[in-house]
Design a protein around this ligand. Structure first.
Ligand SMILES: [Fe+2]
Ligand SMILES: [Fe+2]
Length: 397
């Protein structure tokens, strides 16, 4: 296997800087273990990482290849999903009724949008980034805007994917429930977009890795891969990421907005667990299950260390003496981003376990990636949205 760090050290600085995005792409591919997973993800990776399809144009078409599954009996076929549908109808809320009149100043150090330690100031200074005075809050503003923009893009992915899943899912009760999720996701797109445009005042493009994952699940014809990708992986990570910002933001409107969104997302992940648990353990062949296990693991890796906020780097430091690699190190090691990753995986890994995709075969790989500490947490089916909010309020994670 190529040792990318040694290779980087051997290259002259200017070459290194120019090649860094390509080396990173090659590194992602070299980490993939299952050739079938690599084959299914490769077209999306080319579109996202190389062609930058999410950034080049204002519109992107993703071809769908799944079957829309009709059921003419209309019989209820999944009591737990039926119960979830009833709960979802009761829990609908109107994004227009959030306290939008709240005045928000993203540069106010008394009410920061995001934690102040998303970048370690001492470490930043050691590579020549001096964030004194107003620059510190400007950076918090950028990082919060970047994070919220990725939430927004993820929500658009969830809106499209939940519509696809509603068509493709074989359970009648899954279709009823899925329709409520489509409405939920539309509302999430609405409120994040409104918050970004009216209160934050800046928006960043979709992160390349997030684009790859969305593209992969939107274009895959298998309904359970769509579920796994959106309901378990993207939603699971989003639930953690929303929880992180909910816990640390001191801006009251954002906190209120996130509280509502988290409660919806908790239901969405619960739905994913219900739909996949029996399918993975009882319907899939051992080979198909292995492929899903590897797929989930690769997506977890894509997300683990890849939320590097390069879009913020490009805005602030591209073309300066601060290199992309130095930025990556800063983000990797900052206390705030380490907590961010911890909360994300606390929510994600137990759900992978719950649906039967954390076999003895794959566990060592998660352990090697530093994700073994999350094996025994509570899955979405064991926690309600209210319980999640209570845990976050008490800083239990
Ligand atoms: Fe959502
Ligand atoms: Fe969702």
């Amino acid at each position: 296997m190529v040792d990318f760090n040694t290779l980087r050290q051997k290259l002259p600085h200017a070459v290194n800087e120019r090649l860094d995005p390509w080396l990173e792409t090659a590194e992602i591919f070299s980490e993939m273990r299952n050739p079938r997973v690599m084959g299914s993800m490769a077209p999306s990776a080319v579109r996202g990482l190389i062609l930058k399809s999410g950034k080049r144009h204002i519109r992107t078409d993703m071809p769908a290849s799944h079957d829309a599954h009709f059921n003419w009996s209309y019989d209820h076929d999944h009591p737990e999903m039926q119960a979830l549908y009833e709960r979802a109808k009761q829990a609908q809320w109107n994004g227009s009724h959030l306290p939008w009149s709240t005045s928000v100043d993203p540069l106010n150090p008394e009410k920061p949008l995001a934690p102040l330690d998303l970048l370690d100031l001492d470490a930043a200074r050691s590579v020549g980034i001096n964030l004194q005075g107003p620059d510190r809050m400007r950076m918090v503003h950028s990082m919060a805007g970047w994070m919220l923009s990725q939430f927004l893009h993820g929500e658009q992915g969830a809106l499209m994917a939940s519509a696809q899943v509603t068509e493709a899912v074989p359970f009648m009760d899954g279709k009823y429930y899925g329709a409520t999720q489509v409405m939920d996701e539309a509302r999430h797109v609405e409120v994040f977009h409104r918050y970004l445009s009216e209160k934050v005042g800046k928006m960043y493009q979709v992160n390349d890795n997030l684009f790859v994952i969305i593209d992969a699940l939107m274009t895959d014809s298998r309904w359970d891969i769509k579920f796994l990708g959106m309901q378990i992986m993207v939603e699971g990570l989003a639930l953690g990421a929303f929880g992180f910002l909910y816990q640390y933001t001191q801006e009251p409107l954002l906190k209120e907005l996130l509280k509502y969104v988290i409660q919806d997302e908790a239901r969405h992940v619960h739905y994913g667990v219900l739909a996949l648990r029996d399918h993975v353990t009882q319907v899939l062949t051992p080979r198909e299950r292995q492929e899903r296990e590897d797929w989930a693991y690769e997506v977890a890796l894509l997300m683990r260390n890849r939320f590097m906020a390069y879009e913020v780097y490009e805005e602030w430091f591209e073309g300066t003496r601060v290199t992309r690699q130095q930025w990556r190190q800063l983000i990797m090691n900052s206390p705030g981003m380490q907590r961010f990753r911890k909360i994300m995986f606390t929510r994600l890994v137990p759900n992978v376990r719950e649906i039967g995709l954390l076999s003895e075969r794959i566990r060592p790989a998660y352990e090697q990636a530093g994700l073994g500490v999350y094996f025994s947490g509570k899955a979405a089916s064991e926690l309600s949205g209210d319980q999640m909010i209570a845990e976050l309020d008490q800083h239990k994670i």
